[in-house]
Write a protein that binds this ligand. Structure first.
Ligand code: R7I
Ligand code: MG
Ligand code: MG
Ligand code: MG
Length: 313
């Protein structure tokens, strides 16, 4: 792998982990005031990550372990996720995911387990979207990224929105990873490509709202339009917008996402993965990386996946 692909793989996974770990403290708060974020930002205590990163690690490790075989095995992934939940149930899992993984751990096949929650239609939470970043590293095209994302999403999220949110985020990371770093990111082109990658109309309105957002929109104004909760359709767009606000500055994209309140760890994690994919690890603050729990393990997983990033330029 070139130095650049290694840096970008690291930026992707560590950007996701940093957004999660920094946002975790504020998850569920309506509005996050600047001063409390600044204090947290500058503090010295370790940055602990949550279920978002725990599951991102599971997925990255799954891809590393399967090497030359088909990259995703649904049954094995469901088992891997269930084991991770059993080992660390205190990471802050969503209620639906917890219920599914508990059933899988008890031996229920995932297709049944995923339909046990939310009245049979399955979860439309953002739990499948928040863990997909590593897929973008091995995908060979936008279509491939979407296909892989859907296969990983459905083991916990049966609802179409839960699955499509994962597709959108995987495609968005793929495009960020393969964007030309020396030119300013072409926002309209980026959003056009995403619209084309997502055939379902329920997401096109969201993408159009991102496009129409005034350049100076405050985080709370953006959240009032795009949403900031733990459902996929009301969080992935906010993460995309945060990234597009600061495509070359992961720390700013993460701070913006956190200031929007709501599902801060998850939205900041998705925004961090996007910006980190584009800038590479050199765009991430060293002071944050030094405080991040298990940063070495996450970096090592990125290094195993970096050689699999296809050359597109
Ligand atoms: O998707 P999931 O793993 O949640 C991820 C979130 C992130 O914020 C993590 O940081 C962690 O804190 O949890 O777990 P789910 O419980 O399946 O979905 C998340 C939330 O979306 C649920 O708790 C519900 O509030 C909402 N939700 C639904 N509500 C009603 N009907 C998801 N699906 C439904 C539904 O079908
Ligand atoms: Mg979390
Ligand atoms: Mg939580
Ligand atoms: Mg969250």
């Amino acid at each position: 792998p070139s130095a650049n692909t290694t840096a970008q793989a690291r930026g992707t996974l560590l950007g996701a982990a940093l957004g999660d770990a920094l946002g975790a403290r504020f998850e569920g708060e309506d509005v996050v005031g600047g001063p409390s974020l600044v204090a947290h930002d500058r503090a010295a205590e370790p940055l602990r990550y949550t279920d978002d990163t725990a599951q991102t690690i599971v997925l990255a490790r799954h891809l590393v372990q399967r090497r030359d075989r088909a990259p995703v095995d649904e049954d094995a992934l469901a088992t891997d996720l269930a084991r991770a939940w059993q080992a660390e149930p205190w990471r802050g899992y969503g209620a639906g995911s917890r219920q599914v993984l508990e059933l899988v751990a008890a031996g229920v096949p995932w297709p049944e387990a995923t339909r046990a929650c939310f009245g049979g239609h399955g979860s439309y939470g953002n739990g499948a979207a928040m863990r997909v970043a590593a897929l973008a590293l091995i995908a060979t095209s936008l279509t491939h990224a979407a296909q892989l994302a859907d296969r990983t999403a459905k083991v916990t999220h049966a609802h179409q929105h839960g699955r499509e949110g994962a597709e959108l985020q995987a495609c968005a990371v793929f495009l960020a990873l393969h964007s030309d770093p020396v030119r300013p990111l072409d926002r309209d082109h980026y959003l056009d490509e995403l619209s084309r990658a997502l055939p379902s109309t329920s997401w096109h309105g969201r993408i159009d709202q991102i496009r129409a957002m005034p350049p100076t929109a405050s985080p709370s104004y953006a959240a009032s339009l795009l949403g900031n909760d733990a459902t996929a359709i009301r969080s992935v767009p906010m993460a995309l917008h945060s990234f597009l606000r600061y495509p070359d500055h992961p720390a700013e994209a993460i701070r913006y996402a956190i200031r929007a309140g709501g599902d801060t760890d998850t939205i900041a994690s998705m925004a961090g993965a996007l910006a980190g994919a584009r800038t590479g690890i050199h765009g991430l603050p060293v002071t944050w990386l030094e405080r991040l729990e298990n940063a070495d393990r996450i970096r090592a997983l990125a290094d195993r996946l970096a050689p699999r990033i296809p050359r597109t330029r």
